[in-house]
Design a protein around this ligand. Structure first.
Ligand code: N01
Length: 545
């Protein structure tokens, strides 16, 4: 269908407050979902909690933020004109560049008029008699919709650990997920950053250049590979653009939807070859370090070779041996927490104005008016930055009070973990869809590619229903049970569940420890979704009411 719309298309809710679909979120997922629903001729209302499009790329503005997937891949593929016209300037795009891309898409495809900003959906309750979702927002909207679609992102619900005494701190506090639009000036300040995941790793080198003194409060060392970011050369871009359709087609069948699967095993090559190959990947930079050998995430020995290589690198960069030791992780396989991609991360610890505080050895006891108190002493600070991550994958979904058949709350149904089918559908929750929900490749892939796959699947399903004259769809319980078992089996055949990561909800006290993303690869996942559609959606029940 054409990318441009005729004037007969619907623009949002009518006067009775009813639409065909409510979509939550106007990031990569919500915008494409909106676009596809409009192609089906549906009336769509999107609610977005932020003041503009962009989702997590709108909220996160901390200095140093850039994508850790290559720009030419981390972008929409559904419009050939768009991918030909847009020019990424760097290998790994900065947050402002990604945000301007998303804004461009919203304008180019005239999507804003369907979106109500500064509006958080508070509840969605399925009215069984009418077969409609009753959706309410914090701005007083009450709207009914045939379909309710959560496109709220996997990493959008911020997590602030409950540090005692936080309210007594006399300096400034920031969470990286809610960074002031005007920016922050750390010049002349003593700054503490808590957290060394992907976010902390990007922020720390930049903050160190400004702060009078930077204290990094590290509980678990990350494995960090250099980004080796650089401007994109015109020849490279034109080669990609000439071949974009084919490149995207290949990516859709690959493991993460990004890099070709390696074929060699780390345990079958000689130590010299292994070292040279790791060295080559290190000099290329970027997260494909994890794609050096095919068994790095499945074989302990293979993984340990990679860990040993990274430890050697840390020790060769960090000049103070005792600091280098603290930066080496020993308690989880590399890749079992998402590998971090940084610029001058380890080099930053050679600066005189940077101190690493090991809060595993000496835990943070409380925040005090003048700074942070650990078991071994106080750190005087003017500002504290929390780079403490997200209630990932389920956080944003359960922030909304979603109730299905019999008034059952999604939060109760998922008390033991996010049971669903293909990461998209939950039994007893008719006409409810999630984009890149738990149980799908989502965060364990090029998430833009996975978003497109899920959105296409949902819109194909709705088109199928239109053709059949059906208006209600619900997944069967057995399909959910089988899928959850499969997701776990695949995860358990790897080393990935072995870390206390947000993949398993370990960063949230009380969250059930369940492995959430699907790690079987985007290609196999797509095949399963396609097979479901080709079977006439055999795992689903349809009806006219
Ligand atoms: O969050 P995290 P993140 N006391 O949960 C520490 C994506 N992302 O925002 O590991 C002390 O990974 C915690 O320590 P520990 C990417 O997918 C992408 O960094 O729990 N420390 C950890 O070090 C990424 O994986 C980009 O022991 C505490 C840190 O806080 C995901 O977002 C950029 C603590 C949290 O790390 C999440 O990354 C940024 C406490 N009480 C993020 N509580 C791109 O480049 C927590 N920590 C695209």
């Amino acid at each position: 269908m054409s990318e441009h719309f005729s004037s007969t298309l619907h623009t949002g809710s009518d006067h009775s407050g009813q639409v065909d679909a409510v979509v939550v979120g106007a990031g990569f997922a919500g915008l494409y979902m909106l676009y596809k629903l409009r192609l089906l001729g549906l009336r769509v209302q999107v609610f977005e909690a932020n003041a503009d499009v962009g989702g997590t790329w709108y909220a996160n503005r901390y200095p140093g933020l850039r994508c850790d997937a290559e720009s030419v891949e981390y972008s929409y593929s559904w419009s050939e004109d768009l991918q030909q016209d847009w020019c990424w300037s760097e290998r790994f795009a900065t947050q402002p560049e990604i945000l301007s891309y998303i804004r461009h898409v919203a304008e180019r495809f005239d999507l804003r008029r369907h979106i109500q900003f500064d509006t958080r959906v508070s509840s969605a309750v399925f009215d069984e008699a009418r077969g409609l979702w009753q959706v309410r927002t914090d701005q007083g909207n009450a709207i009914s919709a045939r379909y309710f679609i959560m496109a709220s992102g996997c990493l959008s619900s911020a997590r602030l650990p409950s540090f005692e005494g936080l309210e007594t701190f006399e300096g400034d506090c920031y969470h990286t997920v809610d960074w002031p639009k005007a920016g922050v000036d750390f010049r002349g300040k003593r700054v503490g950053i808590i957290g060394t995941g992907s976010t902390g790793v990007q922020l720390i080198p930049v903050a160190a250049q400004q702060a009078e003194h930077l204290y990094v409060f590290q509980r678990t060392p990350a494995y960090v590979v250099p980004a080796r970011n650089a401007p994109l050369e015109a020849d490279y871009v034109s080669r990609i653009k000439n071949d974009y359709v084919a490149i995207r087609a290949v990516a859709r069948q690959q493991g993460l939807g990004l890099y070709p699967r390696p074929t060699e095993s780390a345990v079958e090559v000689s130590p010299e070859t292994r070292e040279q190959t790791f060295e080559r990947q290190w000099s290329v930079g970027g997260p494909q370090f994890m794609f050096t050998y095919k068994d790095m995430l499945t074989n302990k020995e293979a993984n340990q070779y990679a860990v040993d290589f990274l430890h050697r690198k840390i020790r060769s960069i960090v000049t103070r041996p005792e600091v280098a030791d603290e930066l080496c992780s020993h308690d989880y396989p590399v890749g079992a927490k998402r590998i971090c991609v940084g610029t001058d991360y380890y080099e930053t610890y050679n600066r005189d104005n940077v101190s690493l505080v090991n809060v595993r050895k000496s835990p943070i006891e409380r925040i005090v008016p003048k700074g942070i108190r650990t078991r071994d002493g106080d750190y005087a600070l003017d500002a504290i930055v929390f780079a403490t991550g997200y209630d990932a994958m389920t956080g944003a979904l359960l922030d909304v009070d979603i109730r299905g058949l019999g008034g059952r709350r999604l939060a109760d149904k998922w008390a033991a973990g996010p049971q669903n089918y293909l990461g998209v559908s939950v039994s007893e929750f008719p006409n409810f869809f999630m984009i890149t929900g738990p149980g799908s490749p989502s965060v364990f892939s090029n998430v833009v590619l996975s978003i497109e796959q899920h959105v296409d699947w949902v819109s194909d399903c709705l088109q199928y229903m239109q053709e059949k004259g059906w208006s209600r769809v619900a997944v069967k319980e057995q399909a959910v049970l089988d899928w959850v078992e499969h997701v776990n089996q695949v995860a358990n055949s790897t080393l990935i569940p072995q870390a206390n990561s947000w993949y398993v909800g370990a960063n949230i006290p009380g969250k059930p420890r369940v492995f959430m993303p699907y790690v079987g690869g985007v290609g196999p996942f797509r095949k399963k979704c396609d097979a479901e559609a080709e079977s006439g959606y055999a795992s689903f029940e349809f009806s006219a009411v």
